[in-house]
Design a protein around this ligand. Sequence first.
Ligand code: NAD
Ligand code: UDP
Length: 309
Amino acid sequence: MRILVTGGAGFIGSHLIDRLMEQGHEVLCLDNFYTGDKRNILKWIGHPYFELVRHDITEPIRLEVDQIYHLACPASPVHYQFNPVKTIKTNVLGTLYMLGLAKRVKARFFLASTSEVYGDPDVHPQHEEYRGNVNCTGLRACYDEGKRVAETLAFEYHREHGVDIRVVRIFNTYGPRMLENDGRVVSNFIVQALRGEPLTIYGDGSQTRSFCYVSDLVEGFIRLMNSDFIGPMNLGNPGEYTILELAEIIQGMINPTAELIFNPLPEDDPKKRQPDITRAKTYLGWEPTVPLFEGLELTIKDFRDRLKS
Ligand code: NAD
Ligand code: UDP
C-alpha cells in the first residue's frame, strides 16, 4: 500500500514509519520540520519505497495514496503555544486539506487526536463518551480546540462525503527520539537529570498523567487503522502517576542526588488524566505491554547516546 504519514519526521510519526516500512509498504513522509528532525527518518532516505516531502499542511497538496496517517501538529505545550495561531491553522486548515485529499483519492484517513479534547477533566478515568472540559479562551485552547475541530471535520467528511475515517485520542506518550528541548515532562526530567540540573516540577507535582511507551501506541495505531471501528478511541497506558512520583522515579534511575525544584503551575494544566481503554481492548484486543520502568530505561539510553554525541 502507499501510505502518507503527515508529521512523519516527528517523534511518534517516525516510529510509525519504521513499522510501516518494515511491513513492506511504500511510505510518503510529509513534514515541515517545525518540531521534526531529519535524523529520525535518516535510515530510510534513499530506500526505493520511501519518499520525503517537505511541505506545510496549511497549504493544499495533491498526492496519490491509499491510507493517510495524519499526525502533523506540534504536541508539546511549549511548541504549540509558541505560535498559537499557526497551531490552529495546522489543526483546522491542515486537517481540512488532508481530508480533502482523502476524499479525492478515496484514501482511509486516520486522525491523531488527543486526550486534550477532555481538557481538565471532571470525569476520571476518561472514557470516549465524556465530552470534556476545555477552556476555549485559555493558553491550551489553540491545541485542544484545534483538535476538537479536527475531530469534527473528520466526522463530517465521513457523514457528508463518505470518507473512511479512524480517530484516535492519544494519551501522554514517551520514548526514544523525543527532542532534547521538547519541553514535555518525561524528556525534561531525563535531560535535566542527565545534565545534573534540578528537575523542574510545575506546581506541587500532585497532578497526574498516564504514560504510554511509543511502541505500544504505534501497535494500537496500526490495529485501529486496519479495523472496522472508526472511533474515537482512546490509546494510552492506564498506569497513572503523579508528576512528583515521576520525578522521583527518574531521579532514582539517573541521578539520586539531583535536586527537585518547584516552579509555578502553567495555566489550565489538567489536574489528572488516565485513559479508560475498554474500547481499545474490546475492538482491537489492544493493551499496553511496556511497563513505565522498562520504557524509561530505553528512553534514558537514547538520550544518553544523543547527549554524548
Ligand atoms: P512531534 O512534535 O514530535 O511531531 C509533530 C510533527 O509534525 C513534527 O515532525 C513537525 O515538524 C510536524 N508538523 C507540525 N506542524 C506541521 C505543519 N504545519 N505542516 C507539516 N508538518 C508539521 O509530536 P508527536 O509527539 O510525534 O505527536 C504527533 C501527533 O500525535 C500530533 O498530532 C500530536 O498532537 C499527537 N499527540 C501526541 C501525544 C504525545 O504524547 N506524544 C499525545 C496526544 C496527541
Ligand atoms: N511538567 C512538569 N515539569 C516539566 C514539564 C512538565 O512538572 O518540566 C508537568 C506539566 O505541568 C503537566 C505534566 O508535567 O502537569 C505533563 O506535562 P507535558 O507537557 O508533558 O504534557 P501535557 O500537560 O500536555 O499532558
